[in-house]
Design a protein around this ligand. Structure first.
Ligand code: APR
Length: 230
């Protein structure tokens, strides 16, 4: 079996069965908050304590969660293929499952960054980040998260990975948030796309195979096939 370059684009659905809530499956609220109250630069300006408390809760949930069979199957692909995971998720479940190349488009909940210099990134020590926690320059630390209305610094790098891929696997994303959703179009025409999602997702292309299953079922099935086992 030829070694292929595979990009796996993941969203909240890949972590749903680890107990982490998706964004758009429920009532339009994200863990009882409107997104604009907790995940925008304006929210941070208005009420940084609320924003920090909200992300502290997300961090605690991530620390308590563990990878599921979908994360593990994605990691297993590396035994036979060159795999890059491009995730919209801020959790570290791909890394904990064993994936070695993981790009976090929307940031990482276990990291904080300086409000003075975005290049100053530091681990959050423990489950909380507080007002008064400062970077080396003396400025307040904020969650290392890409908020709504902010640029996605890694998008060009991610598009370059997709443009070189032999195959694209998309797991558990509604493809409603740009620029991440546009990455699909960087794949050269005709290369296979596998979409694993129990719902309909707006993605029309002749080369899409929609595996209409939960990630923990669909991803191990697809991995077995791509590893020549099934
Ligand atoms: N297995 C696979 N897919 C699932 C599962 C599951 N068990 N459960 C739900 N899904 C699917 C849903 O059908 C939906 O298509 O996961 C998708 C989740 O979509 P969203 O909630 O919109 O999450 P996502 O696409 O990751 O959101 C993108 O939006 O709020 C921002 O920055 C945030 O990264 C996030 C971005």
């Amino acid at each position: 079996m030829d070694r292929e370059r595979v990009v796996v684009l993941t969203g909240a659905g890949v972590s749903a069965e680890s107990g982490l809530r998706t964004f758009r499956d429920g009532d339009g609220l994200w863990e009882e908050h409107r997104v604009e109250d907790v995940a925008t630069p304006e929210a941070w300006e208005r009420d940084p304590e609320l924003v920090l408390r909200f992300y502290d809760q997300r961090r605690a949930q991530v620390i308590a969660a563990g990878p599921n069979a979908a994360h593990t199957a994605i990691a297993r692909l590396e035994t036979a293929h060159e795999v890059d995971v491009v995730t919209q998720n801020i959790d570290d479940l791909h890394e904990r499952a064993g994936s070695t190349r993981v790009m976090h488009l929307h940031g990482e909940i276990l990291l904080a960054r300086s409000t003075a210099d975005p290049r100053l990134i530091t681990p959050v020590n423990g489950p909380t980040l507080r007002l008064g926690d400062r970077c080396a320059l003396g400025s307040q630390l904020r969650p290392h998260i890409v908020w709504f209305g902010e640029a996605v610094p890694l998008i060009a790098e991610a598009a370059a990975l997709v443009a070189r891929a032999d195959r694209l696997i998309i797991v558990g994303t509604s493809l409603q948030v740009y620029p991440a959703a546009g990455l699909v179009h960087a794949l050269p025409p005709g290369r296979p796309i596998h979409l694993i999602d129990p719902s309909d997702v707006p993605l029309r292309s002749a080369s899409v195979e929609h595996i209409k299953q939960k990630a923990s079922i669909g991803m191990p099935m697809l991995a077995s096939r791509l590893l020549g086992e099934a």
